[in-house]
Design a protein around this ligand. Sequence first.
Ligand code: ZN
Ligand code: ZN
Length: 360
Amino acid sequence: MQAETDFSERRAGLFVSLQEARANAFLVTALPNVRYLTGFTGSNGMLLLTADRALLFTDPRYQAQAPRESDCEVRIAKGPLLKDLGSWVKRLHVKSLAFERNRISFDEYRQAQEALPKIRLKPVSGAVERLRMMKSATEIATIKASVQLNSAALEQALRQFKPSMTEVDLAAEIEYRMRRLGADGTAFETIVASGERTAFPHAHPSDHPIQQDNLLLVDMGARVAGYCSDMTRTHAVGKLNPKARRMYRAVLESQLAAIDAVKPGASCATVDRAARSVLRGYGMDKLFIHSTGHGLGLEIHEGPRVGRKDRTKLEPGMAITIEPGVYLEGVGGIRIEDTVVVTEHGCEILTPTGKELVVL
Ligand code: ZN
Ligand code: ZN
């Protein structure tokens, strides 16, 4: 997959931010951003980018791996990466260095100040993340593969389902299936909640048995070649009461309306509003306590945020989730989530799993 990617082209996209920051080099410290710009998948790495050099700093564990994955000049540091980096900053006559203010801890900032004396540090926010919002054809193909694997894992796991199985058992079954199907792992901790516990949007699976005549909510994501998928389905185990059924209908209608609103030029807030106004019609908008969706890619939560206040205009190539939900304590919660990609005229729903209420 990575052989097709032109990392130097991605790095070139950062030069605008460099100019805006009036800096002559960029220090990239967030690992997903390092991966995006270099191809390097290790757990310790920093990228130093100047107008004509791209230096990847890592430690001896990645001596063999880094040059294989990345087209950058690889520097193996024996000690702290920032120390080595500091000597290169000097050697390359860098006077001012942009850094990722939203991705660095206070400690790391202090270490950078120490390792880079006399260098002007210029805080820049979200520069690489902005580039990452627009996915290339290769990235979309990888997200699609991740989404398809995720759906296949749910289908296989549900074949093993029987009432009285615990939430943890079902979560384990799902994650096992993901691995067997070729995922790198999960994109986030699998959520399996049943009965009244579905009213907690981010419930951890418990040893609670999944009982007959109850709701069952599963929110799951795989990671394939680094890229995340994200899907939520709410099922009926046996019979549901009319209230829960009405909630399901409302959420499904709301989700379809939001997907309908996804098109180039539409703002994220418009999509969010489309989901909310359907729920308002059911008197359930107050039960919708999170945003409608989020971008995803190398990380499970990326820009844009599909929320009430986000004015970001959708553009072809953005991959986002659409996931309205309603939560009523003492009754339960319903959420339906798909991953979609913005296209020239609207969007493509990547998630192949059906959305009509499934009775297990
Ligand atoms: Zn999810
Ligand atoms: Zn999500």
